[in-house]
Design a protein around this ligand. Structure first.
Ligand code: ADP
Length: 316
């Protein structure tokens, strides 16, 4: 029915080479790396062979080129990436602390990333897409929200489907109308990809079985739960339930794991693979990505992930 599309921020990320706190002193940095949750998701989707496209805006600068060229090289349709003559490409500076938490300096609100518009190119793209993947980051941008809502309506009207990665923390739900917007998105989702407490936030109950049952009653057809180093599980409304243990890897940089998992999982399911195979590719994509510095430097092609699956031990 046409490619998978996602809408949202395309950024570059500059990463501190050493752990520590904040950016008050000069430190060694590495980058620019292509980034932004939607960009990571869609790049991984394309790399495993899924037809993929993105709607976003970059600046008329080198950082914009870094992103667009990478996505294009990996097979993403970039026809609906707009180039802002006025605003620079969004950026994020990241430093890891010893305990794994992160300090960020974001340059997004006043960047091209926050300036999405429904252009002719967006219209032309959306009218031929068969699936839309929505991420919780959409709540941070009124423009992204508007375009996403419109795109969901068009894609669903032509028989397409929608997946939702909540990407949401409890404290964010209380901002403005986020809670209602989130509930409305859950009701439209065919596939849900929660991690941590997100399953419970989506369902409004605190046990996994009960949450799955309630979400299926609300119309969700499939739920793939991300469990960090422990792997993932999938439930299908038809009654299938399967778990896939995580791969044993040394984590270098956790950024992008969930997005890579999602990109691979959605692509594999749309290519017709069964739940267990899609979970295995999802786990491999997430695990491989955390072994490299940079938000999507470890995203693998289908052949690279097949090789990773063959040679990597799993947690029992
Ligand atoms: P999110 O970033 O959305 O919270 P997770 O951290 O659960 O998502 O990561 C997504 C997937 O990536 C996991 O389900 C797992 O398969 C894989 N993954 C993430 N971190 C690791 C890790 N340290 N070791 C092995 N696999 C990992």
């Amino acid at each position: 029915l046409g490619p998978t599309v996602t809408v949202g921020e395309i950024l570059v990320e500059i990463v501190a080479k050493q752990t520590g706190t904040g950016f008050l002193e000069p430190i060694d940095l590495i980058g620019p790396f292509p980034s932004g949750a939607p960009a990571i998701f869609i790049d991984q989707c394309a790399r495993v062979g899924g037809a993929a496209a993105i709607v976003g805006t970059v600046g008329d600068d080198d950082f914009g080129v870094v992103n667009t060229e990478r996505l294009k090289r990996d097979g993403v349709d970039t026809s609906a990436i707009a180039v802002s003559p006025e605003y620079p490409t969004g950026s994020a500076f990241v430093r890891y602390r010893e305990d794994g938490s992160r300090d960020f300096v974001y340059n997004i609100a006043k960047s091209a990333a926050a300036r999405l518009e429904w252009t002719h190119e967006v219209e032309a793209l959306i009218t031929r897409c068969g699936h839309i993947h929505v991420m919780g980051t959409v709540f941070a941008s009124p423009a992204a929200w508007e375009i996403t809502e419109h795109a969901i309506a068009l894609i669903k009207a032509r028989g397409g489907t929608m997946s939702l990665d909540p990407n949401l923390r409890k404290e964010l739900l209380t901002h403005g109308q986020t809670e209602e917007k989130f509930a409305a998105l859950v009701d439209k989702a065919d596939l849900l990809l929660p991690s941590g407490e997100e399953l419970f936030l989506a369902a409004g109950v605190e046990t996994e079985n009960r949450a799955i049952e309630m979400l299926f009653n609300r119309g969700v057809k499939e739920i793939a739960i991300k469990r960090g180093k422990d792997g993932s599980s999938a439930y299908h409304r038809g009654g299938t339930h399967t778990n896939c243990p995580g791969f044993l890897v040394d984590e270098m940089d956790p950024t992008g794991a969930g997005d890579c998992f999602g990109g691979a999982y959605v692509a594999c399911r749309r290519l017709g693979m069964p739940l267990e195979k899609a979970l295995e590719f999802g786990n491999a994509a997430g695990a491989r990505n955390v072994t490299r510095l940079g938000p999507m430097e470890g995203a693998g092609t289908r052949a690279e992930l097949e090789e990773f699956i063959t040679r990597t031990a799993r947690r029992s």
